[in-house]
Design a protein around this ligand. Structure first.
Ligand code: ADP
Ligand code: MG
Length: 265
């Protein structure tokens, strides 16, 4: 970030009391600008609507702009054109608290502290009860993993969570986000070493959250997201086509190709 001249994140002063989690991008354009390099347009006149409470996934080839879209929605970057709205309000007019309390982001490499798991959860909610912790961990499909650790929830998980696999770390970060009760949760699925079991548990977690909040997921394996209500296939900075897995299989040759490549991998 030091060497670049991205628009710094800027916030407005408007607050939303309750947030349902409807997100819409209209005609959004964005280019990365790094000093000494020509701007790289990544998002080109993108339209995308995610109704409140839906579980959706952004899919497409590596580098097509999926992570960038999540960064724009969470306002890490500012679009060069077009608008992004949350419940109809332009997010550039919303204050920082409204954005930060509405949208939870679970990254590919979530950070966990070298303390007990229970204390990691207390960091985000200091009056949290044991029952609440277990509840969110069950929703995030990581409770059983935790119960297999030497001291369960009291296990001190090592620097950055080194005692845990990448998939476990990510599901714990998801549980942490659930504890914060964000109306919108965005999840950029870990790329590395995602075994089939982890994919299945993430898929179950998405199903557990269904209807309670908006979930926007980036999947590196399509099998994680086939049950999402809507898939947005991104190509060349735009949504090429959207629909359910079955609809895309029927209507979108690019999707069919991606899906069959993965099935035979
Ligand atoms: N900080 C950056 N500076 C310049 N280009 C970037 C930066 N981050 C990503 N890109 C480029 O933007 C494009 C989209 O990246 P990304 O949104 O991460 O794609 P995806 O998540 O779909 O793999 C890629 O071509 C990538 O190389
Ligand atoms: Mg990405």
């Amino acid at each position: 970030m030091e060497s670049s001249d991205f628009s710094r994140e800027a916030f407005g002063d408007k607050a939303l009391d309750t947030v349902n989690g409807d997100i819409e991008l209209k005609n959004v354009r964005f280019a990365y600008r790094n000093k000494g390099y020509a701007p790289v347009p990544v998002i080109k006149n993108m339209d995308l609507h995610i109704p409140a409470g839906q579980s959706v996934a952004l899919i497409g080839r590596s580098g097509c702009g999926k992570s960038t879209v999540l960064s724009l929605i969470s306002r890490l970057y500012e679009p060069n054109g077009g608008t992004i709205t949350l419940d109809g309000a332009d997010i550039s007019t919303l204050n920082q608290d409204t954005i930060r309390n509405s949208i939870g982001m679970v990254t590919q490499t979530p950070y966990l502290f070298s303390m007990s798991l229970r204390d990691n959860f207390r960091l985000v909610k200091n009056d949290v009860t044991d029952e609440e912790i277990v509840e969110v961990c069950k929703t995030a499909c990581v409770h059983d993993d935790i119960m297999r650790l030497p001291d369960g929830y009291d296990t001190v998980i090592g620097e950055g969570g080194s005692m845990l696999s990448g998939g476990q770390r990510q599901r714990i970060a998801l549980a942490r986000a659930l504890l914060r009760d964000y109306p919108v949760i965005m999840l950029d699925e870990a790329t590395s070493a995602l075994d089939n079991e982890t994919q299945a548990t993430i898929r179950d977690a998405i199903e557990n959250m269904h209807g309670k909040r908006t979930v926007v997921m980036i999947a590196h394996r399509l099998s994680t997201v086939v049950n999402c209500e809507r898939l947005f296939y991104l190509e060349n900075g735009k949504v090429l086509v959207s629909g359910t897995h079955a609809e895309l299989l029927e209507r979108c040759p690019e999707y069919r190709r991606l899906y069959s490549e993965e099935a035979s991998a």
